[in-house]
Design a protein around this ligand. Structure first.
Ligand code: DMJ
Length: 632
């Protein structure tokens, strides 16, 4: 059921209908004849004169009340019955003196709900069987992606589906296997669960012991995150559809722990609470990136994973090291809660002034909220500072970064490349599309909007954030719709009063927003990223508005049409504005870890991985909210 408020109040509609309710002309005449004035005027009239007057009015009535055949034959398609009744019952004379009724405003297709033919279609689309079959299509896509990877790249980080081989872009830990494992568990693809599990049991520890340099953030969110979530899901019943067929789940925990012990050196070798960005696994040495800086999002997107490892292993050292980063960040100066995208592990200070919620900034804001949520009902009040930082940052986003495009008013989040005193850039990375989901989650803390409203749990800020979440989700969806192939570019710019650039649209001339969104040649690629479908999933769970499912389905269909490689796997694309798009020959691990998982959950039973009992790490690996962790 949609909890979205209607664009006009039902009270207004009733009022309008009452105002224009049909009274027959005959009734008008007779009532008039017998009202005091006429009767008074005719008191002196003879009976004959009176009858002549009645006759005259009768003739006039017949002349004017004859319904126009042309009009009555046109039962306008899409006009509500009630409205037809009003119009058909009207007379020519009536048409002169009666204003047409004020109709409710026309709704865009995504907001229609009261039209009967639409409702019928709508009901059909929303029938549980329809969504079950769509969910099965996503499962089939996952099997196709996995089988391509297995056939050509098993053990490599990623599949190159066109060259039909593997590539190690993430340090050589078989990243696709670990990233995909919990998706396979959630979908009940038992064969993939056992193949991935057996590979991890046989090879991963060996890889971890012998491999060279890896990125702390990528390895934590994908590999450690994947292992820990697989550990949890394989020992707990979460309504997922799986007969667990993998190795002893303790293997996942032990492997994650071995990896974390090595990654810890990034924290412990730094002079400040800010970790280095890279670790050499075989000797547990840590190194700063070549320019000496770490990304703000990277150092602040490790805590869910390290906290959970501490909780299940009973060793607090992981959590202690990771949480020092956020405690330190609390003390640093910010711009209305917003932070620059670089930070130095040497000085512990932010570097530069570039503020954005896209690359290098994004998941800083995500983890402020999620690390606080992870504590659950037993929430440690010492962590309230995280929620406060999150709230302040979202206020800052609303104040400094949100603008509307022209001509059609899409709400977007831009950037401040030179800080708050510099000029605003109307650039929005696809990565920013994680934000609608976070804003909605932060507003209701994972329960439905309806329940939150019923229990009076939403304050002004929550409602503002929820509204922004819905507006931004629409913009993210339109970033897909404006392109020739229905898939979003990596980066979009928005037309504003100050910023305009012609000739660089997405190619779909029938989109209402084709002139609002600019896509520059260098930004036209699509990497199969998850952020938009992630937000659609969260917004559907929270608002229960079926339009988010519909949007997700449109996106899934475009992935199927343009990125599926027949011999196995899916491919990133070079250019979303041309048909057919050139393919990039890479299937990112997050397509299996995130994109397909969120689509599957979007179309499925809302009791699976409920948002008030789980937090998803930034790579879509679900962890139980503290208090729901049952130690084994
Ligand atoms: C993922 O690895 C994570 O979601 C990360 O936080 C940002 N980028 C990719 C997916 O786009």
């Amino acid at each position: 059921m949609s909890s979205k408020s209607l664009p006009y109040s039902m009270k207004d509609v009733d009022y309008d209908n009452a105002k224009f309710r049909h009274r027959s002309f005959f009734k008008v005449i007779t009532q008039t004849l017998f009202t005091s004035k006429v009767r008074r005027d005719c008191q002196s009239c003879s009976t004959g004169k009176f009858l002549a007057l009645v006759l005259l009015f009768g003739l006039l009535y017949l002349m004017f009340t004859h319904t126009s055949p042309a009009y009555s034959a046109t039962d306008r398609v899409g006009v509500k019955n009630e409205e037809n009744h009003i119009m058909k019952g009207g007379s020519r004379l009536g048409m002169f003196w009666r204003k047409p009724p004020r109709l409710p405003p026309r709704l865009p297709p995504d907001e229609k709900g009261s039209d009967s033919s639409f409702s019928h279609e709508h009901e059909k689309l929303n029938a549980p069987s329809n969504w079950i079959s769509r969910q099965q299509s996503v499962k089939k896509a996952f099997i196709h992606a996995w089988s391509g990877y297995k056939r050509y790249a098993m053990g490599s980080d990623e599949l190159m589906p066109l060259s039909q081989r593997g590539v190690d872009g993430l340090g050589g830990l078989g990243a696709t296997i670990v990233d995909a494992l919990d998706t396979a568990m959630i979908m009940g693809v038992d064969e993939a669960v056992s193949e991935a599990g057996l590979w991890i049991e046989a090879h991963l520890l060996d890889r971890i012991t012998h491999k060279g340099q890896v990125n702390l953030f990528e390895t934590t969110i994908r590999v450690m995150g994947g292992l820990l979530s697989a550990y949890h899901l394989s020992i707990h019943e979460e309504g997922i559809n799986m007969t667990y067929t993998g190795p002893n789940p303790v293997i996942y925990l032990e492997t994650a722990r071995n990896l974390a012990d090595r990654l810890l050196s990034a924290f412990t070798s730094s002079q400040t609470p800010i970790p280095f960005s890279d670790v050499v696994l075989r000797d547990s040495s840590a190194h700063a990136a070549p320019d000496g800086l770490s990304s703000t999002s990277e150092v602040s997107t490790l805590q869910l994973e390290f906290n959970y490892l501490s909780a299940v292993s009973g060793d607090p050292k992981y959590s202690i090291e990771a949480m020092k980063v956020l405690e330190h960040m609390k003390t640093l100066p910010k711009v209305e809660g917003l932070v620059p995208i670089y930070i130095s592990p040497h000085t512990g200070e932010f570097s530069g002034e570039n503020i954005r919620l896209g690359s290098r900034g994004d998941s800083y804001y995500e983890y402020l909220l999620k690390v606080w949520l992870q504590q659950g009902i037993t929430r440690d009040s010492n962590l309230t500072y995280l929620y406060d930082m999150y709230q302040e940052a979202m206020k800052g986003v609303r104040h400094l970064l949100v603008q509307k495009s022209i001509p059609n008013g899409l709400v977007f989040v831009g950037e401040l490349p030179f800080g708050s005193k510099g000029s605003f850039s109307p650039k929005m990375d696809h990565l920013v599309c994680f934000l609608p989901g976070i804003l909605a989650l932060g507003a209701t803390k994972g329960i439905t909007k309806e329940k939150a409203m019923r229990d009076n749990l939403l304050n002004f800020e929550d409602l503002e954030n929820l509204k922004l979440a819905e507006d931004l989700a629409k913009t993210c969806f339109e970033m897909y719709s404006v392109t020739s192939i229905g898939l979003a570019p990596e980066i979009a710019y928005f037309h504003t009063e100050e910023f305009t650039e012609g000739g660089l649209d997405g190619g779909n001339k029938s989109s209402k927003y084709v002139h609002d969104i600019i896509i520059k040649p260098a930004d036209r690629h699509n990497l199969l990223r998850p952020e938009t479908v992630e937000s659609l999933f969260v917004l559907f769970r929270i608002t229960e508005d079926p339009k988010y499912r519909e949007w997700g389905w449109q996106i899934f269909e475009a992935f199927e049409k343009y990125t599926r490689v027949d011999t196995g796997g899916y491919s990133s694309l070079d250019d979303v504005t041309t048909i057919p798009p050139n393919r990039r020959d890479k299937m990112e691990t997050f397509f299996l870890g995130e994109t397909l998982k969120y689509l599957y959950l979007l179309f499925g039973d809302t009791s699976v991985i409920p948002l008030d009992k789980f937090v998803f790490n930034t790579e879509a690996h679900p962890f139980p909210i503290e208090g729901t962790i049952k130690k084994k």
